[in-house]
Design a protein around this ligand. Sequence first.
Ligand code: FES
Length: 196
Amino acid sequence: MNRQNQPGGCKCCEPTDTGRRSVLTGALALALSSTIGSDASAERSPKPAPGDRLAFMLGERKDQEIKPADLEIGKEPTLAYPLDPASGKPLISRVGLLVVVRLKPEELQPSSQRNAADGIVAFSAICTHYGCPVTTLHPSQSQIVCNCHGSVFNAADRGAVTAGPATRRLSMLPLAIQDGALVVAGALDGPIGPPT
Ligand code: FES
């Protein structure tokens, strides 16, 4: 059996890609592993819930709210966490990690369109193959890539797998824009991460 297809734990630390993307994936895997334990201490479920806003996971605006204008068509996906409406703090957890990308609205298929907000779509960022974070925009600009083993998910079609080794789509998160803010409009529509 091909090693990449063997069942088991995440192979985040063994990315096949090189250069900046591999460094980014490794750093994210490390960050994820250090936050898994926070799930149990959250006052509410760390999963995104209707009415939540979203916060940047990385960068100069880490933990700050993501506005629709922050997201541009053709830019690399943004990794995000839900913001707890009560405390205003990000709910940092593996199950809450999201990948958000803005597409051309006319490219969205009905399966994604119904959950999109002005072309912005969001998915669980946990790859359904081995659980690496999905971080990179495909050259098509409507698909997103997991750099660990190269799985590709179609953001314009509800996270459908267009290239393996993953075999299950990413769970999609319904979004809406309310009073100029990007908000969660429903629950993730499927399981998170690899089959257990
Ligand atoms: S973890 Fe293997 S392709 Fe994503």
